[in-house]
Design a binder for this molecule. Structure first.
Ligand code: ZN
Length: 207
Protein backbone atom coordinates (compact mmCIF):
# COMPACT_ATOMS: atom_id res chain seq x y z
CA UNK A 1 0.00 0.00 0.00
CA UNK A 2 1.32 3.41 -0.95
CA UNK A 3 1.60 5.66 2.09
CA UNK A 4 1.20 9.41 2.19
CA UNK A 5 4.57 11.07 2.70
CA UNK A 6 4.52 13.79 5.32
CA UNK A 7 6.02 17.08 4.26
CA UNK A 8 7.95 19.84 5.93
CA UNK A 9 5.71 21.57 8.46
CA UNK A 10 4.01 18.41 9.74
CA UNK A 11 4.63 17.64 13.43
CA UNK A 12 5.62 13.97 13.20
CA UNK A 13 8.73 14.91 11.19
CA UNK A 14 10.05 16.83 14.20
CA UNK A 15 9.48 14.16 16.83
CA UNK A 16 12.18 11.93 18.32
CA UNK A 17 11.61 8.35 17.17
CA UNK A 18 11.46 5.41 19.57
CA UNK A 19 13.44 2.15 19.44
CA UNK A 20 11.69 -0.92 18.02
CA UNK A 21 11.45 -3.63 20.67
CA UNK A 22 10.08 -6.44 18.54
CA UNK A 23 9.85 -7.04 14.81
CA UNK A 24 6.19 -7.82 14.39
CA UNK A 25 4.08 -8.57 11.31
CA UNK A 26 2.96 -4.93 11.47
CA UNK A 27 6.60 -3.81 11.11
CA UNK A 28 7.18 -6.19 8.19
CA UNK A 29 4.03 -4.89 6.51
CA UNK A 30 5.13 -1.30 7.13
CA UNK A 31 8.54 -1.97 5.57
CA UNK A 32 6.86 -3.44 2.48
CA UNK A 33 4.61 -0.38 2.19
CA UNK A 34 7.57 1.95 2.69
CA UNK A 35 9.52 0.37 -0.18
CA UNK A 36 6.45 0.63 -2.39
CA UNK A 37 6.03 4.28 -1.41
CA UNK A 38 9.71 5.11 -1.88
CA UNK A 39 9.92 3.52 -5.35
CA UNK A 40 6.71 5.25 -6.46
CA UNK A 41 8.26 8.61 -5.51
CA UNK A 42 11.71 7.84 -7.00
CA UNK A 43 13.35 8.14 -3.61
CA UNK A 44 16.62 6.62 -2.44
CA UNK A 45 15.57 6.36 1.20
CA UNK A 46 12.54 6.71 3.43
CA UNK A 47 12.32 6.96 7.22
CA UNK A 48 9.46 5.95 9.53
CA UNK A 49 8.57 9.51 10.57
CA UNK A 50 8.05 10.43 6.91
CA UNK A 51 5.06 8.10 6.83
CA UNK A 52 3.90 9.15 10.31
CA UNK A 53 5.60 6.31 12.23
CA UNK A 54 7.95 7.68 14.88
CA UNK A 55 9.99 4.52 15.25
CA UNK A 56 13.69 3.87 14.62
CA UNK A 57 13.31 2.47 11.15
CA UNK A 58 14.41 3.51 7.70
CA UNK A 59 14.92 1.91 4.34
CA UNK A 60 17.38 2.62 1.51
CA UNK A 61 17.85 1.52 -2.08
CA UNK A 62 20.50 3.57 -3.83
CA UNK A 63 19.31 2.30 -7.20
CA UNK A 64 21.02 -1.09 -7.43
CA UNK A 65 17.89 -2.95 -6.30
CA UNK A 66 19.42 -3.87 -2.96
CA UNK A 67 16.72 -3.29 -0.35
CA UNK A 68 18.40 -2.23 2.87
CA UNK A 69 16.38 -2.15 6.09
CA UNK A 70 17.73 -0.36 9.15
CA UNK A 71 16.12 -1.01 12.53
CA UNK A 72 17.47 0.81 15.60
CA UNK A 73 20.53 1.92 13.61
CA UNK A 74 23.57 3.80 14.88
CA UNK A 75 26.57 5.28 13.14
CA UNK A 76 29.62 4.07 14.99
CA UNK A 77 32.32 5.54 12.75
CA UNK A 78 32.43 8.43 10.30
CA UNK A 79 35.30 9.89 8.27
CA UNK A 80 36.01 12.29 5.44
CA UNK A 81 33.78 15.07 4.16
CA UNK A 82 31.84 15.61 0.97
CA UNK A 83 29.45 18.32 -0.23
CA UNK A 84 26.69 17.14 -2.56
CA UNK A 85 23.21 18.11 -3.67
CA UNK A 86 20.62 16.48 -1.51
CA UNK A 87 16.86 16.19 -1.79
CA UNK A 88 14.17 14.83 0.50
CA UNK A 89 10.76 13.34 -0.23
CA UNK A 90 9.37 15.58 2.52
CA UNK A 91 10.65 18.66 0.62
CA UNK A 92 9.31 18.08 -2.90
CA UNK A 93 11.48 19.79 -5.50
CA UNK A 94 14.08 21.12 -3.08
CA UNK A 95 17.75 20.32 -3.71
CA UNK A 96 20.44 21.81 -1.52
CA UNK A 97 24.16 21.33 -1.08
CA UNK A 98 24.84 19.55 2.20
CA UNK A 99 28.13 18.52 3.78
CA UNK A 100 28.22 14.98 5.12
CA UNK A 101 30.81 12.44 6.13
CA UNK A 102 32.13 10.60 3.09
CA UNK A 103 32.32 7.22 4.82
CA UNK A 104 30.33 5.76 7.68
CA UNK A 105 30.13 2.47 9.49
CA UNK A 106 26.70 1.72 10.91
CA UNK A 107 25.34 -0.92 13.25
CA UNK A 108 21.77 -1.96 12.73
CA UNK A 109 19.25 -4.74 13.04
CA UNK A 110 17.80 -6.24 9.87
CA UNK A 111 14.21 -7.20 9.21
CA UNK A 112 15.14 -10.78 10.22
CA UNK A 113 16.05 -9.50 13.69
CA UNK A 114 19.76 -10.14 13.17
CA UNK A 115 22.28 -7.39 13.97
CA UNK A 116 24.60 -6.41 11.15
CA UNK A 117 27.34 -3.91 10.37
CA UNK A 118 27.54 -1.94 7.17
CA UNK A 119 30.48 0.07 5.82
CA UNK A 120 29.31 2.67 3.35
CA UNK A 121 30.81 5.36 1.17
CA UNK A 122 29.46 8.12 -1.08
CA UNK A 123 25.75 7.98 -1.90
CA UNK A 124 24.93 5.14 0.51
CA UNK A 125 26.85 6.82 3.35
CA UNK A 126 24.99 10.06 2.63
CA UNK A 127 21.62 8.29 2.55
CA UNK A 128 22.31 6.62 5.91
CA UNK A 129 23.18 9.98 7.49
CA UNK A 130 20.14 11.68 5.95
CA UNK A 131 17.72 8.98 7.12
CA UNK A 132 19.28 8.76 10.57
CA UNK A 133 18.66 12.51 10.91
CA UNK A 134 14.94 11.86 10.32
CA UNK A 135 14.83 9.58 13.38
CA UNK A 136 15.96 12.53 15.53
CA UNK A 137 13.56 14.98 13.88
CA UNK A 138 16.40 16.67 11.98
CA UNK A 139 15.53 17.74 8.45
CA UNK A 140 17.32 18.82 5.28
CA UNK A 141 16.49 22.45 6.08
CA UNK A 142 18.52 22.17 9.32
CA UNK A 143 21.62 21.15 7.37
CA UNK A 144 21.84 24.29 5.25
CA UNK A 145 23.23 27.64 6.39
CA UNK A 146 21.08 30.22 8.18
CA UNK A 147 21.60 32.62 5.30
CA UNK A 148 20.48 30.04 2.75
CA UNK A 149 17.46 29.16 4.92
CA UNK A 150 16.47 32.83 4.98
CA UNK A 151 16.85 33.00 1.21
CA UNK A 152 14.65 29.91 0.86
CA UNK A 153 11.88 31.04 3.19
CA UNK A 154 9.27 31.56 0.47
CA UNK A 155 10.05 28.18 -1.09
CA UNK A 156 9.84 26.54 2.33
CA UNK A 157 6.49 28.20 2.99
CA UNK A 158 5.25 26.87 -0.35
CA UNK A 159 6.38 23.34 0.49
CA UNK A 160 4.61 23.58 3.87
CA UNK A 161 1.50 24.78 2.03
CA UNK A 162 1.48 21.63 -0.06
CA UNK A 163 3.20 22.76 -3.26
CA UNK A 164 6.17 21.16 -4.98
CA UNK A 165 9.06 23.26 -6.20
CA UNK A 166 9.24 20.90 -9.19
CA UNK A 167 6.10 22.66 -10.43
CA UNK A 168 8.28 25.69 -11.28
CA UNK A 169 9.91 23.72 -14.09
CA UNK A 170 6.53 22.54 -15.43
CA UNK A 171 5.11 26.06 -15.36
CA UNK A 172 8.14 27.45 -17.18
CA UNK A 173 7.72 24.87 -19.93
CA UNK A 174 4.05 25.72 -20.37
CA UNK A 175 4.82 29.41 -20.53
CA UNK A 176 7.45 28.94 -23.22
CA UNK A 177 6.03 30.21 -26.45
CA UNK A 178 7.29 27.57 -28.85
CA UNK A 179 4.51 27.35 -31.43
CA UNK A 180 6.49 28.54 -34.50
CA UNK A 181 7.34 25.10 -35.82
CA UNK A 182 7.69 21.51 -34.72
CA UNK A 183 11.43 21.40 -35.29
CA UNK A 184 12.08 24.17 -32.80
CA UNK A 185 9.67 22.48 -30.44
CA UNK A 186 11.55 19.22 -30.64
CA UNK A 187 14.89 20.91 -30.09
CA UNK A 188 13.62 22.69 -27.00
CA UNK A 189 12.07 19.51 -25.63
CA UNK A 190 15.30 17.61 -26.12
CA UNK A 191 17.21 20.32 -24.33
CA UNK A 192 14.65 20.23 -21.52
CA UNK A 193 15.11 16.49 -21.16
CA UNK A 194 18.87 16.94 -20.99
CA UNK A 195 18.51 19.51 -18.25
CA UNK A 196 16.08 17.27 -16.38
CA UNK A 197 18.52 14.36 -16.69
CA UNK A 198 21.42 16.51 -15.55
CA UNK A 199 19.43 17.67 -12.56
CA UNK A 200 18.57 14.08 -11.72
CA UNK A 201 22.23 13.15 -11.87
CA UNK A 202 23.21 15.98 -9.58
CA UNK A 203 20.73 15.00 -6.93
CA UNK A 204 22.57 12.52 -4.81
CA UNK A 205 19.86 11.61 -2.36
CA UNK A 206 16.15 11.99 -2.31
CA UNK A 207 14.90 10.53 0.90
ZN1 ZN B 1 14.44 13.01 3.90
Amino acid sequence: MIKRILRYGEDALRKESQPIKEITDAIRELVKDMFETMYKNNGVGLAGPQVGENINLFIIDTGNGQKLVFINPQIIKASGKEVMDEGCLSFPGMHEKVERALRVTAHSIGLDGEPYEIKAEGLLARAIQHELDHLSGILLVDRISKARRFQMKHELARIAAGESLDEDIVEDNVEDDVKENDKINDKINDKGDDIAEAQKGETGVKG
